[in-house]
Design a protein around this ligand. Structure first.
Ligand code: NAD
Ligand code: UGA
Length: 458
């Protein structure tokens, strides 16, 4: 079959894989090629066990793979054949040199730009899918247009807003698709080609176009606003614990104001995930770069509150359990940074596990999907950590349970059975407010929710 266009995606990760699977599914007239430098990842994308867990992903990959969706390691051939190249490589926080701990590390990004320049034999549209500091497109264009063979590149910004655990739903029915371009004739022409791809399944009024710098910046700002809501409600959760107000009731009352809205107001042990912290740090770095110190401090506060919330959670455990955790066995229900994913990047559970070990506690980690990652993440923590998938077996003989991830599974366990298998007095610290606290108290647990009055038997 002759395809209308060849699409390439460089980077077969959490974004590249699902995004391209959705485009391939919705646009059978395009050939979609996904490449990565990691052969083992590509092997998994071509197998029955995909490299990431995401509800609904298996079905769409199966539908398109081998038809118009292909996973390979041949980056060079992919670049040569492509009309449109999405770049979806990782852009972690820099760990070295100027901007260490703050700025985005653009080395993978720049390598990709140079590889495109080296291999391309015909003109192409390059789409920034990764999250990048504002003005990166300019650097990209400068690298790409330094070639001498007359090949033309047009750079677009098309940030991704999917959330893990709901990626397929988000991709199928996005709140908006944002496409930024240069406002030149060639820029607008390239933009229209990308709009035409999304128009296969996204309503026209949800495809938003803008200038390229607004698009790059909007991605950082969207994540900063989302994280800010969580830090705001978490800051209120501490006040609730002091005043006997209930943070869920406060969030409901406040969120019913349509100007505020009800989503992303769940108080928790803190937000995790690969992007919120990294993108806010990136925003803070940009503000400082432009001399905007007050603005930088403001956004940095969102991260400070998040770190404080995790520490506060551990200190609450310590205080509640008679000021010593030494030798006590504590079970973490959940290690993933949120439910419905095996991803553990920046998970609050890792911070909590590390701090509990520092207090000489024994830690048992349980999670339905993230135990392999949990083993890797905790390998440098020197202490007693066990990994047990079955929550009943994990909680046996423990002094306390701490709920770290909002997996649906943890709402409906037989807590009476669990209570009877634990050391007494038994404690439960609900870092996600997902259990029935009255019922747990009736069973005999001492219950410590987030932002709600504690329920104790002594
Ligand atoms: P990831 O680490 O899961 O995937 C990135 C992939 O790129 C890796 O498989 C890596 O091997 C590959 N790669 C790196 N350099 C390469 C090169 N030179 N050639 C080929 N492949 C290369 O990262 P991710 O979570 O998919 O994130 C990618 C980007 O998307 C980041 O900028 C992130 O901020 C952004 N983003 C992520 C999410 C999310 O939910 N994870 C959502 C929206 C945006
Ligand atoms: C987030 C954004 O929601 C996506 O729009 C964005 O594309 C993505 O980052 C990204 O750029 O990587 P993600 O991190 O996958 O998506 O998941 P979220 O649902 O945003 O949750 C992030 C963290 O906040 C999780 O730890 C979650 O448990 C926590 N959270 C979320 C709360 O503590 N309370 C809430 O009310 C909501």
């Amino acid at each position: 079959m002759k395809f209308k266009k060849e699409i390439l995606c460089i980077g077969a990760g959490y974004v590249g894989g699902p995004t391209m699977a959705m485009i391939a599914c919705k646009c059978p007239q395009y050939r979609v090629n996904v490449v990565d430098i990691l052969p083992e990842k590509i092997t998994k994308w071509n197998s029955d066990t995909l490299p990431i867990y995401e509800p609904g992903l298996d079905e769409i990959v199966k539908k398109a793979r081998g038809r118009n969706l292909f996973f390979t390691t041949d980056i060079e051939a992919g670049i040569k054949a492509a009309d449109i190249i999405f770049v979806s490589v990782n852009t972690p926080t820099k760990t070295y040199g100027v901007g260490a701990g703050m700025a985005a590390d653009l080395q993978y990004w720049e390598k990709t730009a140079r590889q495109i320049l080296d291999c391309a034999e015909s003109s192409k549209i390059i789409v920034e899918k990764s999250t990048l500091p504002v003005k990166t497109a300019q650097a990209m264009e400068r690298i790409l247009n330094s070639g001498k063979n007359g090949v033309q590149f047009e750079v677009l910004s098309n940030p991704e807003f999917l959330a893990e655990g709901t990626a397929i739903k988000d991709l199928e029915n996005p709140d908006r698709v944002l496409i930024g371009s240069q406002q030149t004739e060639s820029g607008l022409k390239a933009r229209d080609q990308l709009v035409a791809i999304y128009a296969n399944w996204v309503a026209a009024d949800r495809i938003v176009t803008s200038n390229i710098w607004s698009s790059e910046l909007s991605k950082l700002v969207a994540n900063a606003f989302l994280a800010q809501r969580i830090s705001s409600i978490n800051a209120i959760s501490s006040l609730c614990e002091k005043t006997e107000a209930d943070v869920s009731e406060v969030a409901k009352a406040v969120g019913m104001d349509t100007r505020i809205g009800s989503r992303f107001l769940n108080a928790s042990v803190g937000f995790g995930g690969s992007c919120f912290k990294k993108d806010i740090l990136n925003l803070v770095y940009l503000c400082r770069h432009y001399g905007l110190e007050q603005e930088a401090d403001y956004w940095e506060g969102v991260i400070r509150i998040n770190e404080h919330q995790k520490e506060r959670f551990v200190l609450n455990m310590l205080t509640a359990m008679f000021n010593t955790l030494a030798g006590k066995k504590i079970c973490l229900f959940g290690f993933a940074f949120k439910a419905d994913t095996g991803d553990t990047r920046e998970t609050p559970a890792l911070t909590v596990a590390g701090r509990l070990v520092e207090e000489n506690a024994q830690v048992v980690i349980s999670d339905p999907k993230a135990l392999d990652n949990a083993r890797l993440d905790t390998r440098n923590i020197k202490g007693d950590i066990q990994f047990v998938e079955d929550p009943y077996a994990a909680a046996r003989d423990c002094h306390a349970i701490a709920i770290m991830t909002e997996w649906a599974l943890y709402r409906s366990l037989d807590y009476e059975k669990i209570f009877n298998s634990m050391q007494q007095p038994a404690f439960i610290f609900d870092g996600r407010n997902i259990t029935d606290h009255d019922k747990l108290f009736e069973i005999g647990f001492n219950v410590f929710p987030i932002g709600k009055p504690k329920k104790v038997h002594f």
